[in-house]
Design a protein around this ligand. Structure first.
Ligand SMILES: C[S@@+](CC[C@H](N)C(=O)[O-])C[C@H]1O[C@@H](n2cnc3c(N)ncnc32)[C@H](O)[C@@H]1O
Length: 268
């Protein structure tokens, strides 16, 4: 496990990608790695006005669950890009198994250097990942570049105010998307500086509360199953994860930590 002091941009990015490709992430989060799951993805898709003609880029697509949802529910064509090789391989295998390879594909790539031509996409989705990008200015500029004029970007993300959050620091904080989480206004500023016009910015804190509660339940079960040697989650420090989730629950209850969404468009 990388030490908490190793929070340089490249090690954070790669470590984050490795963790989100791991068995522990799958056990704790399932296949949809963001608060609100596909309910919130559906809401964002509505705000992005996606249609079967839309070509959507899912930035930091994880296991691909949102991309599959958009293709199956709305008929969109979706390209997912993620920094985790494991996630990209698994998601492409899943696309084959679902017979969706014509509509959905996944590529290895970095949000800060998107491997696509300018003006290629009608819409961009980026769920629970913008906060982890070390250079938000570069990622936002990349969103602008690969969007068509008139295209929209929808972000959902962890939000955090300026108060110090005891027990929620170090590398685990980066992995849990808290390390460089900011307020919705600050995220909106990054998009505005990249020439995107912000139209909607709203909190959805209850989704984070639900997710942390569900994770705490799974950690308790994991403790028992690991003790009985019926489960292995290599790389996961259960006690550290439990303490972290307790601190997160407190920060959500006091309004310092939350979850929100933003929709912006490329007007020119
Ligand atoms: C919290 S998960 C969210 C995954 C997915 N959007 C979802 O909601 O299920 C964060 C994802 O961001 C990916 N990631 C982190 N940094 C990235 C970067 N710079 N470029 C592309 N993907 C990145 C990780 O590999 C991981 O799959």
């Amino acid at each position: 496990m990388i030490e908490a002091s190793q929070t340089s941009a490249p090690s954070v990015k790669q470590c984050c990608a490795n963790v989100y490709g791991s068995a522990a992430a799958k056990y704790l989060l399932g296949d949809s790695f963001h608060p609100g799951g596909l309910r919130l993805t559906e809401e964002l898709a509505g705000l992005l006005a996606l249609t079967p003609d839309s070509l959507v880029l899912d930035v930091a697509s994880g296991k691909g669950s949102s991309a599959f949802f958009l293709a199956e529910r709305l008929g969109c064509r979706v390209v997912g890009v993620d920094l985790s090789e494991e996630n990209v391989q698994q998601a492409n295998a899943e696309a084959l198994a679902k017979r969706l390879s014509e509509k959905v594909e996944f590529q290895l790539g970095d949000a800060e250097s998107l491997p696509f031509e300018s003006g290629a996409f009608d819409a961009i989705l980026c769920e629970c990942a913008f906060c982890t990008f070390p250079s938000k200015a570069v990622a936002a500029a990349e969103f602008y570049r690969v969007l068509k004029t008139g295209g929209r970007v929808g972000i959902s993300d962890i939000t955090k105010d300026d108060s110090p959050l005891p027990g929620l620091d170090g590398l685990l904080a980066w992995i849990a998307c808290i390390g460089d989480a900011q307020s919705l206004n600050q995220y909106a500023d990054w998009l505005t500086k990249a020439k995107l016009k912000v139209a909607i910015s709203q909190q959805r804190d209850h989704y984070l509360q639900e997710m942390v509660q569900a994770i705490r339940g799974k950690l308790l079960v994991a403790d028992i199953l690991i003790g009985l040697k019926k489960l292995e989650l290599p790389g996961l420090d259960l006690q550290q994860a439990k303490a972290f989730s307790t601190a997160a629950q407190g920060a959500i209850a006091t309004g310092h930590l939350g979850y929100g969404l933003i929709v912006a468009s490329k007007v020119g």
